[in-house]
Design a protein around this ligand. Structure first.
Ligand code: APR
Length: 176
């Protein structure tokens, strides 16, 4: 069972076994969390991302899937890269967003990671509304079956994101 915790801060400061990156399919970097992780972790991460692109993910990492690299100089052992869906008004992509969390936990389990830090995937450049993203994220992690991971720490970047997750978490617990 995974214990869920919420904290406010920068994901690159977290001392955990694995940090989850809100990447894009190219795996070659970007802004937001992705930019911060590559800046903080250094060039070794990009090097392993290039290796992933040259082998298993020649066409890029599809949305909803996850793949691991070293965490380089970050205070973590691994980065689990996952690709969130871009928010759409006309199509329900919630299952893909939930899959990012499930697949990241599955990869973390395979690595032997006990503690995993998650950002609020898709809520930045990909424009997913925070309240809805929080509900999907928290229920996906709550319902995921893990064998090794014991802590999933949501690291929210600022008060607005933290409050959205805290409210969604209260609502989910009241449902039970
Ligand atoms: N630590 C924790 N959270 C952060 C950090 C950080 N250092 N920096 C940004 N965030 C928050 C944002 O405020 C947002 O709530 O992470 C959430 C996700 O935002 P993005 O990083 O923009 O990720 P996403 O919406 O999934 O978009 C992915 O952005 O940078 C590109 O390469 C990336 O193309 C991909 C896209």
């Amino acid at each position: 069972m995974t214990n869920i915790t919420l904290s406010m801060g920068d994901i690159t400061d977290q001392t955990v076994d694995a940090v989850v990156n809100a990447a894009n399919s190219s795996l070659l970097g970007g802004g937001g969390v992705d930019g911060a992780i590559h800046r903080g972790g250094g060039p070794e991460i990009l090097q392993e991302c290039r290796t992933l692109r040259a082998s298993r993910y020649e066409d890029g990492l599809p949305a909803g899937q996850a793949a691991a690299t070293t965490a380089g100089r970050l205070p973590a052992r691994w980065v689990v890269h996952t690709v969130g869906p871009v928010w759409s008004d006309s199509e329900d992509r919630s299952e893909t967003l939930a899959s990012c969390y499930r697949e990241s936990l599955r990869v973390a389990d395979e690595l032997g990671a006990r503690t995993v830090a998650f950002p609020a995937i898709s809520t930045g450049v990909y424009r997913w509304p925070l309240e809805d993203a929080a509900r999907i994220a928290l229920s996906a992690v709550r319902d995921a079956k893990t064998t090794v991971v014991t802590e999933a720490r949501f690291v929210l970047f600022g008060r607005e994101a933290y409050d959205a997750f805290a409210t969604a978490w209260d609502a989910l617990r009241e449902e039970r």
